[in-house]
Design a protein around this ligand. Sequence first.
Ligand code: 4IP
Length: 123
Amino acid sequence: NSMRRNPKAVVTKQGWLYKQGSSGVKQWNKRWFVLTDRCLFYYKDDKEDTVLGSLPLLSFRVGSVEPSDNVTRKFAFKAEHSGTRTYYFSADSHEEQQEWIEAMSEAADVETTQRLKLQMMGH
Ligand code: 4IP
Protein backbone atom coordinates (compact mmCIF):
# COMPACT_ATOMS: atom_id res chain seq x y z
CA ASN A 1 0.00 0.00 0.00
CA SER A 2 3.05 2.19 -0.40
CA MET A 3 3.10 5.11 -2.83
CA ARG A 4 5.60 4.97 -5.65
CA ARG A 5 8.42 7.45 -5.29
CA ASN A 6 9.36 9.33 -8.44
CA PRO A 7 13.17 9.22 -8.50
CA LYS A 8 13.28 12.36 -10.65
CA ALA A 9 11.20 14.49 -8.32
CA VAL A 10 12.97 17.20 -6.35
CA VAL A 11 13.56 16.41 -2.68
CA THR A 12 12.01 19.21 -0.62
CA LYS A 13 13.51 18.07 2.67
CA GLN A 14 15.14 14.98 4.09
CA GLY A 15 16.54 13.94 7.44
CA TRP A 16 16.16 11.85 10.58
CA LEU A 17 13.02 11.94 12.67
CA TYR A 18 11.51 9.70 15.31
CA LYS A 19 8.10 8.27 14.49
CA GLN A 20 5.75 6.72 16.99
CA GLY A 21 4.29 3.33 16.11
CA SER A 22 0.54 3.33 15.74
CA SER A 23 -0.13 0.05 17.55
CA GLY A 24 1.23 -2.13 20.34
CA VAL A 25 3.75 -0.45 22.63
CA LYS A 26 3.82 2.65 20.40
CA GLN A 27 7.56 2.70 20.36
CA TRP A 28 9.48 5.64 18.93
CA ASN A 29 11.63 4.49 16.01
CA LYS A 30 14.33 6.54 14.37
CA ARG A 31 13.61 6.70 10.65
CA TRP A 32 15.03 8.43 7.59
CA PHE A 33 12.41 10.73 6.05
CA VAL A 34 12.24 12.14 2.55
CA LEU A 35 9.69 14.75 1.51
CA THR A 36 9.18 14.87 -2.25
CA ASP A 37 6.22 15.50 -4.54
CA ARG A 38 4.06 16.45 -1.51
CA CYS A 39 4.56 12.95 -0.23
CA LEU A 40 6.49 11.79 2.81
CA PHE A 41 8.48 8.56 2.54
CA TYR A 42 10.31 6.88 5.37
CA TYR A 43 13.07 4.33 5.48
CA LYS A 44 15.12 2.44 8.02
CA ASP A 45 18.16 4.55 7.14
CA ASP A 46 19.61 6.94 4.60
CA LYS A 47 20.55 4.16 2.19
CA GLU A 48 16.85 4.27 1.26
CA ASP A 49 16.79 0.58 0.39
CA THR A 50 13.17 -0.29 1.15
CA VAL A 51 10.34 2.09 1.84
CA LEU A 52 8.81 1.37 5.25
CA GLY A 53 5.91 3.70 4.65
CA SER A 54 4.63 6.68 2.75
CA LEU A 55 2.05 9.32 3.30
CA PRO A 56 0.53 11.68 0.77
CA LEU A 57 0.45 14.88 2.77
CA LEU A 58 -2.33 16.65 0.91
CA SER A 59 -5.07 17.67 3.36
CA PHE A 60 -3.13 16.59 6.44
CA ARG A 61 -3.02 19.10 9.27
CA VAL A 62 0.52 19.49 10.51
CA GLY A 63 1.35 21.17 13.77
CA SER A 64 2.45 20.92 17.37
CA VAL A 65 1.07 18.36 19.79
CA GLU A 66 -1.51 19.21 22.43
CA PRO A 67 -1.74 17.86 26.00
CA SER A 68 -4.59 15.56 24.89
CA ASP A 69 -2.17 13.82 22.50
CA ASN A 70 -0.27 12.46 25.50
CA VAL A 71 3.06 12.89 23.80
CA THR A 72 5.81 13.98 26.16
CA ARG A 73 8.76 13.84 23.81
CA LYS A 74 10.71 16.98 23.12
CA PHE A 75 10.37 18.66 19.71
CA ALA A 76 7.30 16.57 18.87
CA PHE A 77 4.74 17.39 16.22
CA LYS A 78 1.94 15.62 14.41
CA ALA A 79 0.21 15.15 11.08
CA GLU A 80 -3.48 14.43 11.31
CA HIS A 81 -6.23 13.71 8.82
CA SER A 82 -9.84 12.83 9.55
CA GLY A 83 -9.66 9.76 7.32
CA THR A 84 -6.59 8.11 8.85
CA ARG A 85 -4.49 7.76 11.95
CA THR A 86 -2.56 10.62 13.45
CA TYR A 87 1.18 10.40 12.87
CA TYR A 88 3.46 11.58 15.66
CA PHE A 89 7.02 12.66 14.98
CA SER A 90 9.82 14.16 16.98
CA ALA A 91 12.92 15.98 15.81
CA ASP A 92 16.37 16.42 17.32
CA SER A 93 16.12 20.17 17.77
CA HIS A 94 13.62 23.01 17.84
CA GLU A 95 15.00 24.23 14.53
CA GLU A 96 14.52 20.87 12.82
CA GLN A 97 11.04 20.59 14.30
CA GLN A 98 10.04 23.98 12.87
CA GLU A 99 11.57 23.24 9.47
CA TRP A 100 9.71 19.94 9.19
CA ILE A 101 6.40 21.46 10.29
CA GLU A 102 6.81 24.19 7.71
CA ALA A 103 7.81 21.84 4.89
CA MET A 104 5.06 19.32 5.63
CA SER A 105 2.41 22.04 6.03
CA GLU A 106 3.35 23.49 2.69
CA ALA A 107 3.03 20.05 1.10
CA ALA A 108 -0.32 19.50 2.81
CA ASP A 109 -1.80 22.79 1.74
CA VAL A 110 -4.61 22.34 -0.80
CA GLU A 111 -4.82 26.05 -1.52
CA THR A 112 -1.17 26.23 -2.47
CA THR A 113 -1.71 23.31 -4.82
CA GLN A 114 -4.70 25.00 -6.42
CA ARG A 115 -2.80 28.24 -6.79
CA LEU A 116 0.06 26.43 -8.50
CA LYS A 117 -2.36 24.71 -10.88
CA LEU A 118 -4.00 28.02 -11.79
CA GLN A 119 -0.59 29.56 -12.36
CA MET A 120 0.33 26.77 -14.73
CA MET A 121 -2.91 27.34 -16.64
CA GLY A 122 -1.87 30.94 -17.08
CA HIS A 123 -4.23 32.70 -14.70
C1 4IP B 1 5.59 -1.00 14.83
O1 4IP B 1 5.88 -1.20 16.17
C2 4IP B 1 6.50 0.08 14.25
O2 4IP B 1 6.37 1.25 15.03
C3 4IP B 1 6.11 0.37 12.82
O3 4IP B 1 6.87 1.46 12.34
C4 4IP B 1 4.66 0.71 12.70
O4 4IP B 1 4.35 0.81 11.34
C5 4IP B 1 3.77 -0.32 13.31
O5 4IP B 1 2.43 0.15 13.30
C6 4IP B 1 4.14 -0.62 14.74
O6 4IP B 1 3.33 -1.65 15.22
P1 4IP B 1 6.88 -2.39 16.61
O7 4IP B 1 8.21 -2.07 16.01
O8 4IP B 1 6.85 -2.32 18.09
O9 4IP B 1 6.28 -3.63 16.05
P2 4IP B 1 7.97 1.27 11.19
O10 4IP B 1 7.23 0.87 9.95
O11 4IP B 1 8.59 2.61 11.05
O12 4IP B 1 8.92 0.23 11.66
P3 4IP B 1 4.03 2.15 10.55
O13 4IP B 1 2.68 1.94 9.97
O14 4IP B 1 4.09 3.30 11.50
O15 4IP B 1 5.09 2.23 9.49
P4 4IP B 1 1.28 -0.53 12.41
O16 4IP B 1 0.02 0.04 12.93
O17 4IP B 1 1.54 -0.11 10.98
O18 4IP B 1 1.41 -1.99 12.59
